[in-house]
Design a protein around this ligand. Structure first.
Ligand code: BEZ
Ligand code: FE
Length: 298
């Protein structure tokens, strides 16, 4: 290996990794190293540029901790998170979208028909829909929807000392017919944190830090692949400029203006408290069973 050249360094790396105990790990790392070698050659990277890159990674490490992960944000802003989601998607299932940094494990239980709004400012939104088997189209009873979103001020509970810790976070279960409903407020667009390396990258690229408004959902049911996804209102100005590249057409939904409380499910907890005018939205989630072969029902 003593006469390594630009054209042979990737092969040398692969040869040096021949004894890796796990072949998948070896293949991924050899492939990553090869892609990085190609990048160095293609861009004719200088020593100063490479050192600047290493320093940026070190700064990302310094700003990362329990409450914040700058590498995860970089992955989102580079489009990697979104790409991993897309290539891991189960055919026929509802597309996935980025998890983002604000999911809270063990969110409070929300009764089906329950209320995340709780009289807080914002446009009141009634969401209804169901969870279905992507192979058969049959409703999935007892599926969980782990829901979280920002408040009308654009902030998630974790970012805002004025909100209770789990505000706008809740997990509900679909009923025997696979249905769900809840009240909330319309989520609003917001900017991702720009005070770290990911923000530096956005500025260097002349990019904006906005994400379109979205409602996060993790759909789960026993025997099915989990879906981590987001729903986006169709009138959001940032839909085509999401900093995280996470919008998919199938996840864009329309909010209808409504003034007929009586048309809402009678099991909606806040039905009688709804304002004279509110928004309604609907989404059917299709989840893929773990074993069967799939064909999207028509
Ligand atoms: C979010 O959805 O909250 C989010 C996603 C990616 C990066 C930052 C925030
Ligand atoms: Fe989010």
């Amino acid at each position: 290996m003593r006469s390594v050249r630009p054209g042979t360094i990737s092969a040398a790396f692969a040869d040096a990794s021949a004894n890796a105990p796990d072949s998948r790990t070896r293949d991924m790392l050899v492939s990553l190293a090869t892609a990085l070698h190609d990048f160095v050659i293609k861009t004719q990277l200088s020593n100063d540029e490479w050192r600047a890159g290493i320093a940026a990674l070190a700064r990302a490490g310094e700003t990362s901790g329990d409450a914040r992960n700058e590498f995860s944000l970089l992955s989102d802003m580079l489009g990697i998170s979104s790409l991993v989601n897309m290539i891991s998607a189960q055919e026929s299932a509802t597309p996935s979208s980025v998890l983002g940094p604000f999911h809270q494990r063990r969110a409070p239980k929300l009764p089906n028909g329950g209320d995340l709004w709780k009289g807080q400012p914002g446009e009141v939104l009634v969401m209804t829909g169901g969870v279905f088997d992507a192979a058969t189209g049959e409703p999935v009873a007892g599926a969980t929807l782990d829901l979280w979103q920002n408040a009308d001020n654009g902030l998630y509970a974790a970012q805002d000392s004025q909100q209770r810790g789990r505000n706008y976070h809740g997990i509900l279960r679909t009923d025997a017919q696979g249905r769900y409903a809840f009240t909330t407020t319309r989520p609003v667009p917001y900017t991702v944190p720009t005070d770290g390396v990911a923000g530096e990258m956005l500025r260097l690229l002349g990019r904006e830090a906005w994400r379109p408004a979205h409602l996060h959902v993790i759909v789960e049911a026993k025997g099915y692949h989990q879906i981590v996804t987001e729903l986006f209102p169709d009138d959001d100005p940032w839909l085509d400029r999401d900093a995280a590249f996470a919008v998919r057409e199938e996840l864009v939904i329309h909010f209808e203006r409504c003034s007929d409380k009586g048309a809402m499910p009678d099991w909606l907890e806040a039905r009688d408290r709804l304002p004279p005018e509110f928004l309604t939205g609907s989404m059917k989630f299709y989840i893929a069973p773990k074993t069967r072969t799939l064909e999207r029902p028509t």
